[in-house]
Design a protein around this ligand. Structure first.
Ligand code: AMP
Ligand code: MG
Length: 349
């Protein structure tokens, strides 16, 4: 299959490109598009055949449900039940934006889209290209991240093309994404709302709107034998090709230990990489040292993490070490993705 590639540059031609992409989606095809979190791989959410195609293009297990993207608040009730109004409350506070809610699904949504579950994940993104595309496609786009299963979610159209060229109908290039980590997922189907995946919208922010909000314990706890409530969270899907470990402790000790570990790996003939911060990057000795940004700037860290993991893969890094990050606010999302990438390998110093 030849993948069409269109650059969305804010010019008057964009409208035409969205129309064309919308026609592809309505006909059951697949289109990758930018959102404010990461690039999505879209298909018509109400067409079971489109959802099957999404799983095939990604190599994604079909028990891992897709998020349905909408572009009008009034469309929520067409696909989900919101018996106690929690969904509307959360939507009013965080939509359009990087927040996905889980509600009981209505019959309009095929089980192919929800991985066989009686619930549906819904998000109303803020990115103008995403909104325009959803509208052009008829209002409901199922879209997981536009990466091959096993790769970090793509933060630019170039990464989408690396994974999806020849496998999908079209890629809309809207430049680099803003946030760089996937949306927060909150489950509203039980009495107490629960965060199934941390993201830009934090536990603190949700608690302000909903009162009490818990966090799925499997998110940060490797020892937990519990099954994650979001089926996708059980897969180690951000795994780099080399070995990654997180080193946690006093900053000076972390630097010292990482340098010792890198020297040892280099003596074994291995290529070494370090995920550092602006404050520490100059202190490391490794084949490649990359800063995720200033430790004070969680948004910058979130923004560069997946890019750096992909770059290390491209450079053939065999052994990698990363500093650990605080668990406050968005740090929870950053550490969750990093722990998954490292297979929960943490070295305390
Ligand atoms: P992705 O779109 O690639 O970020 O993946 C979507 C995430 O949402 C996966 O972790 C899914 O397991 C999760 N998800 C989607 N639908 C549901 C649902 N109905 N219940 C729980 N988790 C869901
Ligand atoms: Mg994904």
């Amino acid at each position: 299959m030849k993948t069409l590639y269109e650059v969305m540059d804010g010019s008057s031609k964009d409208e035409e490109k969205l129309k064309k992409a919308g026609e592809i989606l309505k006909a059951g095809g697949l289109v990758a598009f930018p959102t404010e979190t990461v690039y999505g791989l879209g298909g018509d959410a109400l067409n079971p055949e489109s959802s099957r195609k999404i799983y095939a293009a990604k190599g994604r297990p079909s028990d891992n449900p897709l998020i349905v993207h909408i572009c009008r608040l009034s469309d929520l009730e067409k696909i989900a039940w919101d018996p106690d109004g929690k969904g509307l409350k959360v939507a009013r506070a965080f939509w359009p934006g990087p927040l996905t809610m889980i509600l009981k699904k209505k019959d309009t949504v095929p089980l192919e889209t929800t991985g066989g579950l009686p619930t549906v994940a819904v998000r109303f993104p803020s990115h103008p290209v995403a909104r325009g595309l959803i509208d052009a496609a008829g209002g409901f786009i199922a879209a997981p991240s536009a990466n091959t299963s096993g790769k970090p979610s793509p933060t630019s159209a170039q990464y989408v093309a690396e994974d999806m060229d020849g496998r999908i109908d079209m890629i809309l290039d809207g430049g680099d994404v803003g946030i760089g980590l996937e949306s927060t997922i909150v489950d509203l189907t039980e009495d107490e709302p629960m965060i199934l995946r941390p993201g830009y919208v934090t536990q603190e922010m949700l608690t302000e709107v909903l009162g009490s909000v818990s966090v799925d314990r499997t998110i940060l706890d490797a020892a937990s034998t519990q099954r994650p409530k979001a089926p996708g969270m059980k897969y180690r899907h951000y795994a780099p090709k080399g070995d990654l470990a997180i080193v946690e402790g006093e900053p000076e000790k972390v630097v010292e230990r990482i340098n010792v570990l890198c020297r040892k790996a280099e003596q074994e003939g291995k290529k070494t990489g370090v995920i550092a911060t602006d404050e520490t990057a100059s202190l490391y000795h490794a084949d490649s040292v990359k800063s995720v940004g200033s430790r004070q700037d969680e948004e910058a860290i979130a923004h560069s993490l997946y890019r750096i993991l992909r770059e290390f893969d491209d450079e053939g890094m065999e052994v990698m070490y990363s500093e650990a990050f605080s668990l406050r606010g968005m740090g929870q999302a950053i550490m969750n993705r990093l722990l998954k990438a490292a297979g929960h390998h943490v070295i305390e110093v």
